[in-house]
Design a protein around this ligand. Structure first.
Ligand code: DX5
Ligand code: ZN
Length: 369
């Protein structure tokens, strides 16, 4: 069925047996909106979005809506690196398919499509009272950041390290990151024993968690990480990464992070071989390759880290694991392209972002490097 009157032109249709994604170009001449099951006009869709208060219209354009059964389970935004509109689309489902696991396929279809467009991040907005939709997005690898929002890392992600932020103006700096194209915020916890420096602890993390709308990525450079994992998750971390060299029982750390409801990462120092991680690669959500000796911001990138990223990428592939790769230390717009093309998904940047005259522009520069 084709309806007249919408303001976007159909650009392409991606179909699977569970639904249809319709993509339009922004074109006032426009033309059609169609769906095999439930026809909507553009006006109806807009009303629908307004009523659900999903707030995912960006630049006046509808991004992506997923509907399962008779209620919306989530809206997904496709972000381009500079935050501009990438693609728009709607995925709609036949309600008779409810409960058959098709929603998972549908979200994965969206992910695969977004991947092919080199979209950096998917954002899903759900009704927090809908436990089925919450379960759906976390099953599909999204990380929950507040009651209604999930993020899914697709390609390039920048994680500015607040170690280099202005602590006298922390709220201001976090709000700057909220506006920026960086999707994560990196929290460096140093205990003065595992590394020769002390950074900060829970009170600072609490401030970040209170003001940040981004994925909170906590990097524990501490001895006996197991003792503190639960508290770091409770304080708002979405990812908790501990050091291979600091953990006595790696399985216990991974399990504690998962049990507390966060994603689990492990980090290795520059002199630790990637191969030591193989026994855990299928259990981990992330591996963090240190590209400087942990302890201080502002150091120079160790070139050998690129080989470690490549080796890790190959290991992940060989195991068909879904673990993502983060790299941390000495990265700026001048070498971001190299680390991304070596296979890093998430790049930490402290001084490059916060010492830049325009941190938001610097982040975009790194994403587009
Ligand atoms: C080092 C920290 C890094 C550091 C990165 O121990 O883990 O996150 O803050 O800072 P830059 O980007 O300045 O090297
Ligand atoms: Zn770090």
């Amino acid at each position: 069925m084709v309806l007249q009157g919408a303001i976007c032109r159909l650009r392409s249709v991606v179909s699977s047996d569970v639904g249809t994604i319709l993509l339009w170009e922004n074109d006032p001449t426009l033309v059609q909106f169609s769906d095999p099951h439930t026809p909507y006009t553009k006006v109806q869709i807009e009303e629908f979005i307004a009523n659900q208060q999903l707030g995912f219209k960006v630049n006046g354009q509808i991004r992506l809506m997923i509907e399962v059964s008779d209620s919306v389970v989530g809206a997904i935004d496709l972000f381009d690196y500079d935050g501009s509109c990438a693609e728009i689309g709607i995925l709609i489902y036949d309600q008779s398919n409810r409960g058959k696991g098709y929603a998972t396929d549908a979200v994965n279809t969206v992910k695969a499509y977004a991947q092919s467009l080199h979209i950096s991040m998917l954002k899903a907005v759900t009704d927090s009272s809908n436990s089925a939709s919450n379960a759906l997005f976390s099953r599909c690898g999204f990380v929950k950041t507040d009651n209604n929002t999930y993020f899914c890392c697709m390609n390039r992600v920048i994680a500015p390290s607040i170690l280099s932020a202005d602590f006298g103006n922390l709220e201001r700096d976090i709000k700057m990151l909220n506006r920026s194209a960086a999707e994560w915020v990196h929290i460096d916890i140093m205990d003065g024993v595992f590394v020769p420096n002390i950074s900060f602890g829970f009170p600072v993390l609490n401030v970040v968690a209170k003001h940040s709308t981004k994925v909170i990525d906590t990097h524990l450079m501490i001895c006996e990480p197991l003792r503190y994992i639960e508290r770091f998750v409770k304080a708002g971390s979405h990812y908790v990464t501990f050091h291979y060299e600091a953990a006595e029982d790696i399985d216990a750390c991974i399990e504690a992070i998962h049990a507390a409801g966060a994603k689990a990462g492990i980090s290795i120092k520059p002199n630790t071989e990637v191969a030591v991680l193989e026994p855990w690669i299928e259990k981990l959500d992330m591996v963090l390759i240190m590209s400087v000796e942990p302890g201080f911001g502002g150091q120079s990138f160790i070139a050998h880290s690129l080989d470690k990223v490549r080796e890790l990428k190959a290991m992940i592939k060989a195991h068909n694991a879904s673990c993502i790769i983060e790299i941390d230390g000495g990265i700026s717009a001048s070498n971001a392209a190299e680390v991304f093309s070596a296979g890093a998904d998430v790049v930490v940047a402290g001084s490059a972002v916060f010492c830049a005259e325009n941190p938001e522009a610097e982040i975009i520069k790194m994403l587009n490097a």
